[in-house]
Design a protein around this ligand. Structure first.
Ligand SMILES: Nc1ncnc2c1ncn2[C@@H]1O[C@H](COP(=O)(O)OP(=O)(O)OP(=O)(O)O)[C@@H](O)[C@H]1O
Ligand SMILES: [Mg+2]
Length: 314
């Protein structure tokens, strides 16, 4: 990726109450490797913000920083009005209760059933009666479109798409205000990925959630994201709508949105006026032959956490 100076995050002035996540001058490095030089980002209440960037640019590290799993070198992160790094244990726990996380790779506890996985955050944060927890778990299972029989199954007994839904059900266990999703559609077939996109959008629309969504999936960006943030060269290169990004002159961004996959995704999006028949044919060819776009999931070592969302891969 070429050298580019940090573009300011072009978010119109908004009242603080409308900014759910604010990242300012974030720096992260591992030994000599600088991952984030100066990352700035604001996520607005009720939006689905897509986060894209090449593999290894630090998308998952950014998410982990925001949810307090990654101690940063410098910078400030405010979530729901609280500065994450300054909170005492009690206040941090109160804040964690207000968000749900789906880690890259699903991250269900393999030794627990789906229902028990969904109940894990309830056990951590509340003392609820087992019958009530079972009822809530059943409700969440239905909410994400899983059959009732998924509840007593172990993650290894589910398909990849079902595991994603189970992970989402667990992220929703505590009725969060904010949802963090790391590559939710990676590895799903195009139809399963589209259904998952619709599920997330439907939840945002009905529950008023704010969604921070890391993805490589161009179809997801077109289908459900209000704005997209592009991470690269250690900074947020640009934050804006897809048409705004398409005008942005940066080699990676140009290649991403205007390469064959970008054109194909644009072609299947009814709102994109410039789609040609060739683009639509390319889109169909991709769907027929290549499976989900850009499913290059790596298992970043997110480590077990106190949030009841340990990265215990199944
Ligand atoms: N705990 C860690 N220790 C050392 N290096 C790490 C750690 N976590 C992440 N990194 C490094 O930080 C960089 C960014 O990693 P990250 O997982 O955030 O990438 P990503 O943008 O999410 O990539 P992908 O699209 O492949 O998921 C990588 O080079 C990775 O090796
Ligand atoms: Mg990642």
């Amino acid at each position: 990726m070429g050298t580019v100076t940090a573009a300011p995050t072009e978010v119109p002035a908004k009242g603080d109450e409308d900014i759910v996540i604010r990242v300012a001058h974030l720096q992260n490095s591992f030994g000599d490797q600088v991952v984030h030089k100066d990352v700035n980002l604001e996520v607005r209440r009720g939006e689905i913000l897509g986060v894209v960037g090449g593999s290894g640019t630090g998308k998952s590290v950014l998410m982990r920083s925001i949810i307090g799993l990654q101690q940063s070198d410098s910078g400030t992160i405010t979530v729901l009005g609280e500065e994450v790094a300054t909170l005492d244990a009690e206040a941090a726990k109160d804040l964690r209760r207000r968000w749900g996380v789906l880690f890259q790779g699903g991250a269900l506890f393999s030794s627990l059933t789906v229902a028990e996985n969904i109940e894990a955050p309830m056990r951590e944060f509340f003392h609820l009666d087992q019958t009530l927890m079972d009822e809530i778990a059943s409700y969440k299972i239905a909410m994400v479109g899983l059959p009732e029989i998924a509840g007593p199954k172990f993650p290894s007994e589910l398909s990849g798409g079902m595991r994603k839904r189970a992970g989402l059900a667990r992220a929703l266990a505590l009725d969060p205000d904010l949802l963090f999703l790391d590559e939710p559609t990676a590895g799903l077939d195009p139809i399963g990925a589209a259904a998952f996109d619709e599920l997330i959008k439907g939840m945002r629309d009905t529950l008023g959630l704010t969604v921070f969504l890391i993805t490589h999936d161009l179809d997801t960006l077109y289908a459900i994201c209000d704005r997209v943030a592009v991470l690269g060269d250690g900074v947020m290169l640009k934050v804006g709508t897809i048409p705004e990004l398409m005008e942005f002159d940066h080699p990676w961004v140009r290649e991403y949105f205007s390469g064959p996959r970008g054109r194909a995704a644009a072609a299947t999006d009814a709102t994109t006026p410039k789609a040609t028949q060739a683009d639509r044919d390319a889109a169909r060819a991709l769907e027929a032959g290549e499976g989900a776009v850009g499913a290059e999931a790596t298992t970043a070592g997110t480590g077990a956490t106190g949030t009841g969302t340990a990265e215990d891969e199944d």
